[in-house]
Structure formats: structure tokens, C-alpha cells
Design a protein around this ligand. Structure first.
Ligand SMILES: *[C@@H]1O[C@H](CO)[C@@H](O)[C@H](O)[C@H]1NC(C)=O
Ligand SMILES: *[C@@H]1O[C@H](CO)[C@@H](O)[C@H](O)[C@H]1NC(C)=O
Ligand SMILES: [Cu+2]
Length: 180
């Protein structure tokens, strides 16, 4: 019986995978820890770790360089697709939004459940620019990030940071594990 269920689950996830994504991720680690590491013009890490209660994900955001516009605010989102080998952030699709909420939904915490899952800065605030030598640190809990299901999992996707004018600036894949 268990085996039958496993096979069914496998078939189901395969079907969903082929129709949905993420493209290069065929299995989902049962340990819900993931990271995105920025190593180009922007350096820093975002660590995601599901709480033991499975009701929210702890997110720790640390940036060391690259957010240089001291009067600007940088939006950042989980985008649908991983970054291709070319590193082209424009090829990562739109925001992860399995429930179909459109971009730019109003920032009303009272309706936080109506945000796009991937709209990290919409839910938790944009990142301010900071001076060289400083470190930007943010830590928050997000109850809307998902892990289990190919349709809405954050595994295998990417995080994109936008310039204050909205243009895509830097991107990094979300991999299983922890980054320092
Ligand atoms: C910094 O951000 C502000 C606010 O968006 C913008 O007006 C300004 O042009 C930006 N500066 C640079 C150098 O991009
Ligand atoms: C957005 O801002 C960046 C950084 O200042 C700049 O390089 C880019 O040309 C701007 N894009 C547009 C469309 O203005
Ligand atoms: Cu984005």
C-alpha cells in the first residue's frame, strides 16, 4: 500500500513537474533548508529554513556589497525559473505566484495571504542601499513559502534583486542547504 502510494505520488509529481517547474529540480529534499548565494556585483546570502512546526519559514537576509544606492530601495523576489548558465536574470520568468496573484499587489499586511509567494520585499520590505563596509541584515518569518509541491516549492527557483528603478540587477539560484 505504501509503495503504491509512493508510486502514485511520484507519478503525480512527475506530471506536475512537466507542466509546471522548476525546470532543473527533479527531487525535493525532505529537509526544508535552502539558500541563494550572490557572488557577482552583489554579494550576500539569503537562507531559508522551515520551522519545525512547518507553519512558517525563517528567512535570514545578509548582504555585504552591491546595494550602493543610498537613496534607493531594492525590491527582491523569488522568481519562477532558475538562472540559466548565461547568468541572464531576465530569463528567470516572473515572480513565483502559484495562486495567481498579479505583480504589484498592494502592501497591506492585513491581506498578506494575497501576496505573491515570491514577493519577498512586498511582504517584508525592500532593502535599503548601504555604505561600503556595512552589512545589511534582515530576519523574518514567512508563513507563505512552500516546500513540498512542485507547483509552489521554492526549491530550484531563483532570487532576483532589482535596482531601485525596477530593472533586474542580480540573481542567484535557490539550492538545498545552508550558505554562510
Ligand atoms: C538611486 O535611487 C534613486 C531612487 O530610486 C534614483 O532616483 C537615483 O537615480 C538612483 N541613483 C543611481 C546612481 O542609480
Ligand atoms: C536602472 O538603474 C540602473 C542602475 O542605476 C541603470 O544601470 C539602468 O540603466 C537603469 N535602467 C533604466 C531602464 O533606467
Ligand atoms: Cu523580481
Amino acid at each position: 500500500m505504501n509503495m503504491l502510494l509512493s508510486i502514485l505520488a511520484l507519478l503525480l509529481s512527475f506530471t506536475l513537474l512537466t507542466s509546471s517547474l522548476p525546470a532543473d529540480y527533479s527531487s525535493y529534499p525532505s529537509t526544508h533548508i535552502a539558500y541563494a548565494q550572490f557572488t557577482g556585483a552583489v554579494t550576500g546570502t539569503i537562507n531559508f529554513r522551515e520551522d519545525g512546526s512547518k507553519t512558517f519559514t525563517n528567512v535570514i537576509v545578509q548582504f555585504y556589497s552591491g546595494l550602493t544606492n543610498l537613496t534607493g530601495l531594492y525590491a527582491y523576489h523569488i522568481h519562477q525559473y532558475p538562472v540559466p548558465d548565461s547568468g541572464d536574470c531576465t530569463l528567470t520568468g516572473g515572480h513565483l505566484s502559484p495562486s495567481g496573484y498579479p505583480d504589484g499587489a498592494p502592501c497591506d499586511p492585513a491581506i498578506a495571504s494575497a501576496y505573491q509567494e515570491g514577493d519577498l520585499s512586498g511582504k517584508h520590505g525592500k532593502l535599503p542601499g548601504f555604505s561600503s563596509g556595512q552589512i545589511l541584515y534582515r530576519e523574518y518569518q514567512d508563513p507563505y513559502l512552500k516546500w513540498e509541491n512542485p507547483i509552489d516549492t521554492i526549491f530550484g527557483r531563483s532570487v532576483v534583486i532589482h535596482y531601485p528603478n525596477g530593472t533586474r540587477y542580480a540573481c542567484a539560484n535557490i539550492y538545498a542547504g545552508y550558505a554562510h
